[in-house]
Each structure stands twice: as structure tokens, then as C-alpha cells.
Write a protein that binds this ligand. Structure first.
Ligand code: FES
Ligand code: FE
Length: 375
């Protein structure tokens, strides 16, 4: 016989969200609408679209968004929908067109600024106003070398909701912008298809209670993570490398030179920042690791992780394997833990949720932020 959990414990003990928040398709639909389609969403690395006509499509909430570089060199974002009869315009995830985007259904054609420029027999259809049937534009901002897009009719302030929030979380000890992320080059990208709700991945990233149990390589490099109470590392003091450690690598061997504007007090330190709703940034002296999450279903999230280095490091062809391997293992360990947790979210044992230990009060703030948005 099983017992149904009682109401959440009272007193100062904090609980997680109830299990249904991680499984219910209706709650996921609300999150798509009120979180992913309403806030700024980090969509693509600008340098991936390196010439006019290069494009990438990404799923944001319930919409497919097309990001492309125009002839004048600017990035533009549009809903990836043909205005004729609604066919998906670009069916590939990435690619390049020469001058224009042509719908595969009846060949309506749009220039790289989204303007309707041609259609079969368009001259015989005087009622079709070309200027009224261009692609639907989506707001776009560039920051840290990434294109951030927002589907809302009236996007929230980018300065407050993205830049301000990231800086606030990092505290005064370091500046995220001093890592010059927009000038760095992509050394490695790994895409993880994680069978878990996006919030399990956020919550995992926001706590270090698990570090001693599942991250042996990381705790060797950052010994203070052996103590699960080091969770405040996310707010800005930076976690120090161990005395014997030369660099942020899988075996603690030397990495590469410190990035030029990284301050002395940021050397030999690791900072981690969550930019709600779907970005994690890790800063170490010689590289930046940036995760973008694409929540696709209540139980499925694609995570794209970029390892970014000084351009001369990448151009030199030096072996990045030991540098990349450390956080690749961390990712695999974290995502395996999330996938192990996901099926249990539907269990009656988790109906009233789980427990947040005292150092995880910031996860409680994340839950409060989310439930307020869904209210
Ligand atoms: Fe695109 Fe007809 S739906 S041209
Ligand atoms: Fe972890």
C-alpha cells in the first residue's frame, strides 16, 4: 500500500514545485506562451551567420523563428512562416541562400529584409500588396556575440531583463562583459538532447549540492565544490581553483592564456550565471562556456553548449580536448541526473514536490518568479 504525501511541510523548510509542473503538457503550454514567447530568448551565435543569406531556424515556444543576415550585414529575425498560405518557409535548421528566401510551396519569394519581392503571376494579382505581405518581423538584439530575440509585441527592456539581471547575479566581483565573449571564437559546440523538463536543468545548474556526488573532475579543479554548501558561487564571489590546479581542464593541466580584459582578481576563478529563462554562462580565465536551452516538450529539452576561446587559440589549431572535456563531462553528468529524475516527477511520491535545502533558497526564488509569470 502506498501513502499519498500530505501537504508540503511547514516551517522554514522550502519545497520544490509539485511534480505536475514537470510533466503536465498544459503547464508547459503556459510556459511557452508566458515565458519563452514573452521574454528575450538567446537564439543563435551571431558568427554562425557569417555572411548575407546565411540563416538558422530555432524553435521558441510554439513558433519557428528564422534568423538571417541581410545584404547590409545586419541580423534579422522573422517568423518562419510564408504569408501566402502559411507554409514553413525554411525547413532546414541552417543553411545559406544567395539573395532571397523562396517558399517551397508556391514560390513566393522574400528578400533578406523580409520584403515580398516576387511570386508567380504577381503582376496579375493587383490586390496583393507586396508591402503588406512581407515576413513578420521579430525583435532582435545582439549581446555577448549572440542574437537574442523576443516574440512579444512589446518586448521587456533588454537592459533590465537580460543585461541587468546577468550583472546583478554576478555581483561586483567580476564583469561578464570583460570576458569579451562577442570577440571570442567557437572552439567546440555540443548539442545535447535531454529527456527532461527544462526546469530540472535550471534547478540543477543553480545548485551545487550534487557536485560532490556526481562531478569528480569538477570538484578536483574546484575543491570548494566538494562542500555542497558552496552553492552561492552563482552570485559572484567566484570559486577558486585548487592550489595544485594549473587550468580549467579535465585533469587540472594548464589551459590557455588569460583573456585580455579579465581582471587579476578574476584569474584562477570560476563564475556561473543563470540568465532566465534559458541561458547559463560559465566564465573561467581562458574561455567561456555558454549553454542555450530549447525546451521542446514537458519532458524534452535540447541544450546547445558552446566553448569559446580567444580567436588566436582556435586559429592555432591547438588541441582543445582537455579544456572541452571537463565541462562536457559535467554536462553529461548533470543531464543524466536530470533524466533520472524526470520519470519520477509523475510519481505519487512527488505529488507535493521535494525539498530545497537551505542553500537552495535561490531556486525557491526561481519557482516564485515562474509561478508569478504563470498566474
Ligand atoms: Fe508559401 Fe504558398 S504557402 S508560397
Ligand atoms: Fe552539476
Amino acid at each position: 500500500m502506498t501513502t499519498t504525501p500530505e501537504a508540503p511541510p511547514t516551517g522554514s523548510l522550502m519545497t520544490t514545485l509539485p511534480g505536475r509542473f514537470y510533466t503536465d503538457p498544459e503547464i508547459f503550454r503556459q510556459e511557452q506562451e508566458r515565458v519563452f514567447e514573452s521574454l528575450w530568448f538567446c537564439a543563435v551565435r551571431c558568427a554562425d551567420l557569417d555572411k548575407p543569406g546565411a540563416f538558422r531556424t530555432v524553435q521558441i515556444g510554439r513558433e519557428s523563428v528564422l534568423i538571417t543576415r541581410s545584404r547590409s550585414g545586419e541580423l534579422r529575425a522573422f517568423l518562419n512562416i510564408c504569408r501566402h498560405r502559411g507554409a514553413r518557409l525554411c525547413t532546414r535548421e541552417s543553411g545559406e541562400v544567395r539573395r532571397a528566401l523562396q517558399c517551397p510551396y508556391h514560390a513566393w519569394t522574400y528578400d533578406l529584409d523580409g520584403k515580398l519581392v516576387a511570386a508567380p503571376n504577381l503582376s496579375k494579382m493587383p490586390d496583393v500588396d507586396r508591402s503588406a505581405y512581407g515576413l513578420v518581423k521579430v525583435a532582435l538584439r545582439e549581446w555577448l556575440g549572440y542574437a537574442w530575440v523576443c516574440l512579444a509585441d512589446e518586448p521587456p527592456s533588454f537592459e533590465e531583463s537580460v543585461i541587468g539581471a546577468a550583472v546583478e547575479r554576478l555581483g561586483d566581483a567580476a564583469s561578464i562583459e570583460s570576458y569579451g565573449t562577442e570577440r571570442l571564437a567557437l572552439g567546440k559546440r555540443v548539442t545535447y538532447d535531454v529527456r527532461a523538463n527544462w526546469k530540472l536543468i535550471v534547478e540543477n545548474f543553480m545548485e551545487c549540492y550534487h557536485c560532490a556526488t556526481i562531478h569528480p573532475e569538477l570538484t578536483d579543479v574546484l575543491p570548494e565544490f566538494t562542500d555542497g554548501f558552496a552553492a552561492q558561487y552563482y552570485v559572484g564571489h567566484g570559486a577558486s581553483f585548487g592550489e595544485e590546479v594549473s587550468g580549467f581542464t579535465v585533469d587540472g593541466s594548464a589551459g590557455f592564456g588569460r583573456l585580455p580584459e579579465v581582471a587579476e582578481e578574476q584569474d584562477r576563478r570560476y563564475y556561473a550565471i543563470t540568465i532566465k529563462p534559458a541561458v547559463f554562462v560559465n566564465l573561467v580565465p581562458d574561455h567561456v562556456i555558454l549553454h542555450r536551452m530549447f525546451p521542446l516538450a514537458a519532458d524534452r529539452t535540447v541544450v546547445e553548449c558552446d566553448w569559446l576561446y580567444a580567436p588566436e587559440v582556435v586559429a592555432s589549431g591547438v588541441d582543445l580536448a582537455k579544456s572541452v572535456e571537463l565541462f562536457h563531462r559535467v554536462n553529461e553528468q548533470d543531464f543524466e541526473a536530470c533524466e533520472r529524475t524526470q520519470p519520477a516527477m509523475a510519481s505519487r511520491a512527488y505529488r507535493a514536490g521535494g525539498v530545497l535545502v537551505p542553500t537552495e533558497h535561490h531556486i525557491g526564488l526561481f519557482h516564485a518568479w515562474l509561478t508569478e509569470r504563470l498566474a
